[in-house]
Design a protein around this ligand. Sequence first.
Ligand SMILES: NC(=O)c1ccc[n+]([C@@H]2O[C@H](COP(=O)([O-])OP(=O)(O)OC[C@H]3O[C@@H](n4cnc5c(N)ncnc54)[C@H](OP(=O)(O)O)[C@@H]3O)[C@@H](O)[C@H]2O)c1
Length: 288
Amino acid sequence: MILEEKYILSNGIEIPKLGLGTWFINDKDAGQAVKDSAKIGYRHIDTAQAYENEKGVGNGIRACGVKRTDMFVTTKLAAEVKSYKEAVASIDGSLKRLGLDYIDMMIIHSPKPWAKFHEDDHYFDGNREAWKALEEAYKGGKLRAIGLSNFEKADIDNILEICTVKPMVNQILAHISNTPKDLIRYCQEKGILVEAYSPFAHGVLMKNQEVIEAAKKYDVSVPQLSIRYCLQLGLLPLPKTANPAHMKNNADVNFEISEEDMQSLKNMEHIKDYGEASMFPVYGGKSS
Ligand SMILES: NC(=O)c1ccc[n+]([C@@H]2O[C@H](COP(=O)([O-])OP(=O)(O)OC[C@H]3O[C@@H](n4cnc5c(N)ncnc54)[C@H](OP(=O)(O)O)[C@@H]3O)[C@@H](O)[C@H]2O)c1
């Protein structure tokens, strides 16, 4: 059962292979979503300062009935935080809002502030400052693992050149039809686990006829096919839902996609229209 399987991060820490995404789950609903997911067997929750639901997620972690050491919680340092001083305060802010003694993993949400996501400046200095703060919190026992999100090769190299602790993950947009092969290979070669966010393209894959047909062939839902696809590439998928029936469906992925079908799903024409979500920088838009 996938909920019991784990990847091992480069520092030896175990991370459950399937995580629950919480973007767009309100703070007041997040606790219940965490509790429902834990009851089903989820042990890995993905939140972020930007989702404004860390408080609810933390309440859920503390109230879900699962031992704290058996849960894995990731949060993200806001994309706009690009100085050492701000990063130190920001990490402590997350600990406080979550109400936890330690956070399992904290990652830099984006190398560029959202409003500048499509501009040329890589904020190399600012990311090094943020990384220094994460390293210190890691060494001080506040964080069990540290990592990156939305980092391209140049952004990763910028950290690798100066770090004393290597990033353990890079969380990126990866789903059927959009699989950044070179970046994935680069991360994996460097021992960086790749987490796949928006594994259903924020829901858009469910409307795609080609993907619907591929799922039918295996007698599974599009979400199940999408999760299996990520897992077979060695990625860690983070499907979002607050619906317990969907949580169960997403964890029921005990089947194998053939090599031939993996290739055609990988090479499928890139779905670039993310519908209403297209305004978000991660899908090419400009909203902050
Ligand atoms: N690092 C970053 O920059 C970044 C960016 C985007 C996302 N993320 C992370 O990745 C997570 C997932 O990405 P996402 O929120 O963009 O979207 P997603 O997981 O690709 O898709 C979510 C959509 O799929 C639906 N869904 C989920 N399971 C389903 C099922 N079994 N059957 C039918 N519909 C189902 C959800 O509806 P219901 O809620 O109704 O189930 C929701 O509309 C986020 O929550 C967040 O944790 C990170």
